[in-house]
Design a binder for this molecule. Structure first.
Ligand code: CLF
Ligand code: SF4
Length: 512
C-alpha cells in the first residue's frame, strides 16, 4: 500500500499519511569493490550487493541519493571552501539546497517513487553529518519509518564519530565512510589548519593528532559492531601521496572494508586554500599507480564520482534538480514499497543475465583467444547510461567508462569525464579534442551510435569507434571485441606492440 505525503502537509507540521512517522513541527529542525557474490561472506554480500558505492557491479544498476541536512562542520580542510559542498563527498562548485529533516524525508519519498532502483540514502554534508547530529539522526529516523527498504549511509570526517557509534548502530546505519587523509599528525598539519573539539579550537600538529586518534578509534568501534566501513582518502601530491600507503595499511588492519583514494580537486575558482596556493591534484596515472599499490588484499573503490552533497541518481548522473523543493511543491508523493520491490526484481534479473552472459564469454575467450593473446591487455572505453549496457550515443556521453580487457576477463578500471561533444545539432570541435585526449590510451570506444566526423578523428588518433555492440552488455561486448582484435592481430590486420598498446603493457596507460 502506498503512503501519501506532500510538501504542504510538511510545511503545516505533519504528514498526510501513516508511514512518515513525523513528530510534527519545524521548530526542532530549523536550524559527501569489484567483489561479487562468490567472493564475500553471504551476510556481507547482502549488505553490499545493492549499494552503488560498495559494489562496482551494483553501480551500473542501483542509485543513491544524498540529502543536504548537515551544514555545519567541526574541522577545516585545506581543500574545502564552505561556500560550496563538502569536498569529502562532493564536487565543489555548486551550493546545495539545505533541507530540514522533514523536507529531506519528503524528498526521499519522491525520489524513491520516481527512481525505484534508488536503494541508498546517504548523508554527506554539505558540512559534516556528525557535527549536525540532531538533524542527521532525525532524518534517518524519519526515512527508516517511511521507507524501511532503503539502506542508510553516512560520510564523516570522523572527529565526532566515537561519540555517535552507538546511535549509528541503533539507527541501523549499515555503511559509514570516514575520510582519512593521514595517520601521521605532521602530514595532517599540512591538510587541516584547525579542528574544533570539546568546545576548543586546536591548531597544527595537535589538531591533526586529535583528529587522527578519533578517526581510527571510530573506525575500530564501527567494525567491532559489524558496520561496514569505507575509508575515503584525498590524494594530495607532495603532501600525503606516498603516506597514503601507510594509511591504507592502518585502516586495513582496523577492519575497513573498502578504500577509496580520490584525486584532490583544487581549481583556483573554488577559493580553497590549496586551490589558491597552486596545489595540484594528481594525474590519472599517479592516481591509478597509487590505487594499484594499495590494492593488495584490500578492496579498492575505483568508480567513485565525487558526488555533490545533494546528488540524486546513478553514480555519474545528477538528477537533483528534478527533486528541488520548488519542483516538489504541490505534489503528493505515494511511497509504494511493492512497486519498488517489483522493479528491483526486474533489475536483479537483468543483472543476473548480464553476469551469466559475461561468464559464458569469458569461457569462450579463454578457450579461443588465450593462446594467441598471451598476456595482452587492452583498454576499451564505453559510453553507457547505466544498466551495464552500451546504450549511449558518443556525442551524449559526459564520461566514458574504461575497462581493461584480456583473455582473463573485462575489468572496470576507471572513468574519464569529458565535455559533451553533441551540442544539439552540431559537434563541438574542442570537446572532440578533449574526448580524444581523455581516451587516448584506449584501443577502442564502444558506443550505441556515432557520427562520421568524430569516428574519423578518433580513427586518426588510433582509437577505433565501434557500434557493432550497441545495447549489448559491456563486459560481454568488450570481450567479443577483444576476441576479434586478437584474430586481426594474427592476420596482420592490426599491429600491436607500438604506441598506446606498449604503454598498456607497461602499466602506464591512464590518460592525464
Ligand atoms: Fe553517498 Fe558516500 Fe554513502 Fe555512497 S557517495 S554517502 S558511500 S551513498 Fe559514493 Fe559518491 Fe564516491 Fe561517496 S560515489 S563520493 S563514495
Ligand atoms: Fe569541508 Fe567536509 Fe572538510 Fe568539513 S570535513 S572542512 S565540510 S571538506
Amino acid at each position: 500500500m502506498a503512503d501519501v505525503i506532500s510538501i504542504e502537509a510538511l510545511q503545516k507540521g505533519g504528514t498526510a499519511g501513516s508511514g512518515c512517522g513525523t513528530k510534527g513541527g519545524s521548530g526542532k529542525s530549523s536550524c559527501g569493490s569489484a567483489a561479487g557474490a562468490g567472493d564475500l561472506p553471504p551476510e556481507i554480500w547482502e549488505k553490499v550487493k545493492n549499494h552503488p558505492c560498495y559494489s562496482e557491479e551494483a553501480h551500473h544498476h542501483f542509485a543513491r541519493m544524498h540529502v543536504a541536512v548537515a551544514p555545519a562542520c567541526n574541522i577545516q580542510c585545506h581543500y574545502c571552501n564552505r561556500k560550496y559542498d563538502c569536498a569529502n563527498e562532493s564536487r565543489p562548485g555548486v551550493v546545495s539546497e539545505k533541507l530540514t529533516p522533514e523536507m529531506a524525508a519528503l524528498k526521499v519519498a519522491a525520489v524513491a517513487s520516481a527512481i525505484p532502483q534508488m536503494t541508498v540514502l546517504g548523508i554527506a554534508g554539505p558540512g559534516d553529518p556528525l557535527a549536525n547530529p540532531e538533524k542527521t539522526f532525525e532524518t534517518f529516523e524519519r526515512v527508516a519509518k517511511l521507507a524501511p527498504d532503503i539502506k542508510l549511509c553516512l560520510s564523516t570526517n570522523g572527529l565526532a564519530l566515537p561519540d555517535h557509534v552507538d546511535t549509528i548502530s541503533r539507527f541501523n546505519v549499515d555503511h559509514v565512510t570516514i575520510t582519512i587523509n593521514m595517520v601521521d599528525p605532521e602530514v595532517g598539519a599540512k591538510i587541516y589548519p584547525w579542528v574544533y573539539f570539546k568546545h576548543k579550537r586546536y591548531r597544527g600538529v595537535e589538531a591533526a593528532r586529535i583528529l587522527s586518534e578519533r578517526q581510527l578509534l571510530g573506525l575500530e568501534m564501527l567494525t567491532e559492531r559489524g558496520i561496514l566501513c569505507k575509508v575515503n582518502s584525498v590524494m594530495i601530491p607532495g603532501v600525503n601521496d606516498e603516506h597514503l600507503v601507510e594509511v591504507n595499511r592502518a585502516v586495513k588492519s582496523r577492519g575497513a572494508f573498502l578504500h577509496n583514494i580520490m584525486p584532490l580537486i583544487s581549481e583556483p575558482e573554488h577559493g580553497t586554500y590549496f586551490g589558491l596556493n597552486g596545489q595540484r591534484g594528481p594525474t590519472a596515472q599517479e592516481l591509478k599507480r597509487l590505487q594499484d599499490r594499495c590494492s593488495g588484499e584490500m578492496n579498492m573503490m575505483r568508480h567513485c564520482r565525487q558526488c555533490r552533497a545533494d546528488a540524486v541518481g546513478l553514480l555519474g548522473e545528477d538528477r537533483s534538480a528534478e527533486f528541488s523543493t520548488a519542483a516538489l511543491a504541490g505534489k503528493e508523493v505515494a511511497y509504494n514499497a511493492e512497486a519498488r520491490q517489483a522493479y528491483q526484481a526486474v533489475v536483479e534479473q537483468e543483472r543476473a543475465a548480464r553476469r551469466s552472459a559475461k561468464e559464458e564469454v569469458i569461457k569462450e575467450t579463454m578457450a579461443t583467444s588465450a593462446g594467441q593473446a598471451g598476456d595482452l591487455a587492452i583498454l576499451v572505453a564505453v559510453a553507457t547510461k547505466g544498466g551495464g549496457r552500451i546504450n549511449q550515443h558518443f556525442g551524449h556521453a559526459k564520461e566514458f567508462q574504461v575497462y581493461e580487457v584480456s583473455a582473463a576477463g573485462a575489468r572496470f578500471v576507471g572513468h574519464r569525464r569529458v565535455d559533451l561533444y553533441c551540442q544539439g545539432g552540431y559537434g563541438e570541435e574542442e570537446a572532440l579534442d578533449g574526448v580524444t585526449k581523455a581516451i587516448a590510451d584506449c584501443t577502442a570506444v564502444l558506443v550505441a551510435k556515432i557520427g562520421h566526423c568524430p569516428q574519423e578523428q578518433l580513427q586518426q588518433a588510433g582509437i577505433e569507434a565501434v557500434t557493432a555492440y550497441a545495447f549489448e552488455y559491456i563486459e560481454t561486448a568488450a570481450l567479443r571485441y577483444f576476441q576479434g582484435y586478437v584474430e586481426r592481430l594474427a592476420t596482420g590486420e592490426v599491429v600491436h606492440g607500438t604506441g598506446r598498446d606498449a604503454l598498456i603493457r607497461q602499466g602506464a596507460y591512464m590518460a592525464s
